[in-house]
Write a protein that binds this ligand. Sequence first.
Ligand code: GDP
Ligand code: IMO
Ligand code: MG
Length: 432
Amino acid sequence: MSVTVVIGGQWGDEGKGRIIDLLAEKSHIVARYSAGNNAGHTIINDLGEFKLHLVPAGIFREDKTCLIGNGVVVDPEELLKEIEHLESRGVEVKGRLFLSDRAHVLMPWHRLIDLKDEELRGKGAIGTTGRGVGPAFADKVGRAGIRVADIADREALANMLDFLVPYKNAVLERLYETDGVDGEAVLDEYADYGQRLAPYVADTNVLIHKALEDGDNVLLEGAQGALLDLDLGTYEYVTSSVPSSLAAGAAIGMGIGPTHIDTVLGVYKTYCTRVGNGPFPTELLDETGDMLREGGPRPEYGSTTGRPRRCGWFDAVAARFTAQINGISGAALTRLDVLDQFETIKACTAYRIGSRTLESMPASGLDMARVEPVYTELPGWQSETAGVRRFEDLPEAAQGYVQFIQEKLGVPLCLISVGPEREQAISMRQIG
Ligand code: GDP
Ligand code: IMO
Ligand code: MG
């Protein structure tokens, strides 16, 4: 038996979905434990390309069970759409996907508040995905949330809405100067979602503990990336998931103890990207940045919003930090093939502010915004890696770059991805 958490080590979109899809082969259960449909995980297989926002990436392997844990915020309309879409493309979901009755439900006011908050922040906007996920987690913490168990029962839902609708309408109308919601319509709509989701709802805590007792392999699918974490990320340009998408959040988000987790796999791109606003020391606003965005298959555009991703060189200061705060025991590197095009490759190994050299990330947002990266330049290889399946067959300079990253992370590399498709990977050592 092993329980492995897969987390993003940068600002999200590291290729977690692609890695989970690969690792799911040896798992019995694949579970999402945090965040909501702000996540967008891409999987490419025989059926084509899929972008999953709520359904775990194990869904394409028909003998696996997928769980959406108590730590996730679920937009029921989006989840139903995702299920329908998967089924329309030949993926069996019913009987394999289970949604925690303790998961929180994203309500219409969350999306409205997300958009209005961004508008009010003006130049300081976070650049959220606009899905309402931040306000939904804020309501969870503020004890004004509705959970899956509540929408399953019309009377319980009506009782909660009796308080919540006037409260939220006061906020929407008086604070945000926008229209409130129609309480009756919300009741009908969400009670209907409750009915339609009923076949998927379960006490996922019972399911996961049964799996642990049976000695099953469990894969816990992180969302976002450690640098977007509310506590340890580049605050306030972070996401609001509670529990956190860090590895430690997996225990709470699935209702297991931290002692159950055996392995933490950190997924890192061979360079950095970020969507949304906020500090990004190695960002390249030049032709090199464009080459990182557009070069290779699957250019860098957000899986959820389609926004162009900001691109820059690998940041070893940030990567080392996220390896530590997640306790990663091994790493997976993705998108090595994108670097095939460069004559030389840079990696940031320290920050500088004036005459001061920093070897760790400063807490202050102002400092983070003004740090200058100190680069090490490494030779490129300028040959195709997409077809390589053994480390020793990589060009020497690619081996050197990969080893450089391994050393900076301070943990062994388990996997190198050289393309977006399932088999385009180099296995380095066993995970878990
Ligand atoms: P996630 O949110 O961490 O699951 O990552 P996304 O799916 O949002 O973004 C990763 C993107 O990179 C997707 O378009 C993947 O298909 C693609 N991808 C993953 N691994 C590789 C790789 O090794 N090479 C290339 N070229 N693309 C990859
Ligand atoms: P995956 O799981 C990349 C970013 C948003 C924004 C900030 C806050 O696909 O890696 P939010 O809507 O969460 O309030 O936005 O967080 N963000 C992500 N960026 N990948 C994600 O998920 C993200 N989820 C949120 O772009 O900067
Ligand atoms: Mg993504």
